[in-house]
Design a protein around this ligand. Structure first.
Ligand SMILES: [Zn+2]
Length: 242
């Protein structure tokens, strides 16, 4: 690697250019008469250059090993398998003022996404229900009724997307009436649902928290100004009474 590559740290969410000094990889080529022939196992380590983070990310890829026209070993373009070893999923780290039960469902939805998109979308659905109940204080038993109650109170496009999560998540949560009808949830659908959950956590919880912090800051400033003014006035009074 000579030029480096652009990368987003999964721990601090910052963008960085990764160069040789914070990246390394190792290759294990093997065959041993296995059924798939020559294989190429590559592990990579990437360290976040942000000085407040310095987290390290470990991944592994299994490729088909191939010889190029000069008989040098290289590998197939697409990996046969890919593992996120650290962190184990693409879950973003959210602040702890978001309820733990919601974060747990979100993290598990991310963790299982590639192995079982159906299970992942079911968890996303439960996570969504947790968010609506906690953030909007709507509790009606069935998610469909809770989403209905949300209508008109939020951005119509966001509402439509939320209703979409319910529909996709339902497939994993309940047996279809016709048991022979298997509707698969594609990994990209499970990813889209996770993306929606991330958006809601940011737009609802984080924005509300940051707004509160900003407003509290303004209140503190005005209070300290008032105190100074009051002190000034009481000083003037005591001076004039002397
Ligand atoms: Zn980082």
């Amino acid at each position: 690697m000579t030029e480096g590559f652009l990368w987003t740290c999964p721990y601090c969410s910052r963008n960085a250019t990764i160069i040789d000094s914070n990246y390394s990889s190792s290759i294990h080529r093997f065959e041993h008469n296995n059924k798939d022939g020559d294989l190429w196992l590559e592990t990579t380590v990437t360290v976040c250059p942000n000085k407040d983070c310095k987290e390290y990310v470990i991944s592994a890829y299994l490729f088909k090993a191939v010889r190029d026209r000069h008989s040098n070993w290289s590998h197939s373009v697409q990996p046969l398998l890919h593992w996120n070893l650290r962190p184990q999923s693409q879950a973003r780290i959210f602040p702890s003022y978001i309820p733990q039960a919601i974060l747990k469902d979100y993290e598990e939805a991310c963790l299982i996404r590639d192995l079982s998109p159906k299970a992942s979308s079911t968890l996303s659905r439960r996570c969504l229900q947790g968010i609506i109940r906690d953030f909007h204080k709507i509790k009606k038993g069935r998610l469909v009724d809770e989403i209905e109650a949300l209508k008109g109170n939020i951005d119509p496009l966001v509402w439509e997307a939320i209703d979409g999560v319910r529909n996709i998540g339902n497939i994993g949560a309940h047996m279809e009436k016709d048991i022979n009808l298997i509707i698969d949830v594609e990994p990209q659908e499970a990813s889209a649902l996770i993306g929606l959950i991330e958006m809601l956590l940011k737009d609802w919880y984080i924005d509300r928290y940051e707004k509160q912090q900003q407003l509290q800051g303004i209140v503190r400033i005005s209070e300290s100004k008032k105190k100074i003014k009051n002190n000034d006035e009481s000083e003037k009074k005591s001076n004039s009474s002397e």
